[in-house]
Design a protein around this ligand. Structure first.
Ligand SMILES: Nc1ncnc2c1ncn2[C@@H]1O[C@H](COP(=O)(O)OP(=O)(O)OP(=O)(O)O)[C@@H](O)[C@H]1O
Ligand SMILES: [Mg+2]
Length: 269
């Protein structure tokens, strides 16, 4: 079992001409393999800052990030190995894929860099990754990102994140740039992959309704402070904090039954 822990993490950004701004204030939580935690909060609440600290794109100003109880390396092979185990899926699947490279190139790269499979199995592995994210390998492998739909691009980004066989996935608003009609398909895919590979997933979102349906636990972030956390249903149904109730009011009815366009019902694990 893999555990990733933020312990008493605070983050100050230096803003030119405006002094420091406290983006995270003493945040602690643990993400474990096999579990999905939703991190919910309004714009500017600090969600992406948490994602960046977890993937070491930013350093915490104070506090600790521990993988299986060990501080994570800040550089060198240790950091590479860490990033292999903890992968990020970004919000914008267009910005995160290089328009000049084929899908094959995008998926081969991590396979080769991390030596996931022997050289002569790379092609097969690329195809199997595409199949895992429900893309037709033959129709996809030699295309470039702009020849795919937004949803297909995000599936490629997910396949790329999975290429190194990570244990944990940090998904920062993975569907918010996609057309509403295909969001649930991509979230269902993430949920299936999470179960198949026993991944731990941090699902970052504005949306309490999908947070409830796709997560075991919900954490609510407000101005850099975790103001509420608990089992998904408890947080939604028995919100203690005023802010959570306000978010709930702004969200679609979380009790309504979801169905994706294929007609498949969305169920929580
Ligand atoms: N590199 C930076 N330098 C200065 N301030 C920053 C930087 N990155 C983020 N901030 C500030 O920190 C706060 C939290 O930003 P963050 O991106 O973590 O929010 P978020 O919850 O992800 O918002 P959104 O839902 O809009 O993506 C914001 O006030 C933001 O302006
Ligand atoms: Mg963000």
């Amino acid at each position: 079992m893999t555990t990733l822990e933020l312990r008493n993490v605070s983050k100050r950004y230096r803003v030119r001409g405006a002094g420091d701004m406290l983006a995270l204030d003493d945040v602690s939580f643990t993400l474990t393999s096999g579990q999905t935690i939703a991190l919910v909060g309004q714009s500017g609440s600090g969600k992406s800052t948490i994602a960046k600290i977890l993937t070491q794109l930013e350093r915490a100003s104070s506090g600790h990030v521990l993988l299986d109880g060990q501080p994570i390396p800040h550089r060198g092979p240790g950091l590479r190995r860490y990033r292999q185990r903890v992968r990020m899926v970004f919000q914008d699947p267009f910005a995160s894929l290089n328009p000049y490279h084929t899908i094959r190139h995008h998926l081969e790269r991590p396979l080769r860099l991390d030596a996931v499979v022997p050289q002569d199995q790379v092609e097969d592995e690329v195809r199997s990754l595409l199949a895992r994210v429900r893309l037709d390998p033959d129709a996809t492998i030699d295309r470039r990102p702009h020849e795919l739909s937004g949803g297909q691009r995000q599936r490629v980004a997910i396949a790329r994140a999975l290429a190194s066989r990570p244990e944990l996935l940090i998904a920062d608003e993975p569907v918010s740039m996609l057309d509403v009609s295909i969001r649930l398909g991509v979230l269902n895919l993430l949920a299936d992959l999470q179960r198949e590979s026993n991944l731990g997933v941090l699902y970052i979102t504005h949306d309490l309704a999908t947070a409830r349906h796709f997560s075991d636990e919900i954490m609510v972030l407000h101005h850099g402070v975790v103001v509420e956390r608990g089992a998904a249903d408890d947080v939604i149904l028995r919100a203690q904090h005023e802010y959570t109730r306000a978010l709930r009011g702004a969200s679609p009815d979380p009790d309504k039954h979801f169905a994706d366009p294929s007609g498949r019902a969305v169920t929580r694990s």
